[in-house]
Ligand binder design. Structure first.
Ligand SMILES: Cc1cc2nc3c(=O)[nH]c(=O)nc-3n(C[C@H](O)[C@H](O)[C@H](O)COP(=O)(O)O)c2cc1C
Length: 202
């Protein structure tokens, strides 16, 4: 099968891209809204894309009522946010937090997450997450009225004890079970792992 991208509708292009490019890592973005309520929501058009400076990338579409997502509005207002990584233990809460709740409702409460204070940024992180990156807004790329790409500079890292070797900074796979997004309500684990021959740096 071949498809001309021009012949596809917007939703068809979304289905093709998001349905074929998987598993995608999930950023559980946490911010505090202007009313002081803690907000979090998952974003799977996400990745780590640069180490010098250390950058993550997240792509934001609009809410179903066409308004700006609360996470993006909070990032643009404050210039800061937190990316929490998602493992099996918090997958269900992450999924619950994706519902489009009003700003008066905290997704932390709905998902059963605990707020932990940020060290460098003024937003809360998810205490139950295996890893959290405190980020400063590095660059906003306005793709269209309906799409913004945010590059965030990671300024502070939290990793659950035992995940990162304090001396070598090597990450241990043991006990670390990130969850990926397939599409829609489908997710996958990262339990089946394998190595191929070669001599690449860890
Ligand atoms: C696993 C998952 C991944 C998602 N990824 C994205 C994404 O990459 N970009 C996006 O705009 N919305 C994404 N969403 C939808 C948002 O999480 C959802 O619209 C959420 O209600 C936004 O909340 P907010 O307005 O509090 O930021 C995703 C939803 C799920 C369940």
């Amino acid at each position: 099968m071949e498809l001309s991208a021009d012949s596809l509708t917007r939703i068809e292009r979304y289905k093709i891209l998001a349905g074929l490019v998987f598993p995608r890592p999930i950023a559980l973005v946490s911010t505090r809204s202007e009313n002081g309520i803690a907000n979090c929501a998952p974003y799977s058009w996400f990745n780590a894309v640069c180490e010098e400076p250390p950058l993550v990338m997240i792509s934001f579409g609009p809410r179903t009522d066409s308004n700006t997502k609360h996470s993006l509005a909070n990032i643009l207002r404050t210039g800061e946010f937190v990316v929490n990584l998602v493992d099996e233990a918090i997958a269900n809460g992450m999924h619950i937090s994706s519902e489009e709740f009003p700003e008066s409702v905290s997704e932390f409460t709905k998902a059963g997450f605990t707020e932990a204070p940020g060290k460098v940024v003024a937003h809360p992180r998810v205490a139950e997450a295996p890893v959290s990156f405190e980020c400063r807004l590095f660059q906003r790329i306005e793709i269209s009225d309906a799409r913004d790409i945010i590059l965030g500079e990671v300024v502070h890292v939290y990793a659950r004890d035992g995940l990162v070797d304090p001396d070598t900074k090597r990450v241990s796979e043991d006990g670390y079970f990130p969850v990926g997004r397939i599409f829609g309500t489908r997710y996958c684990t990262s339990r089946h792992r394998f190595a191929l021959p070669g001599d690449l740096p860890d």
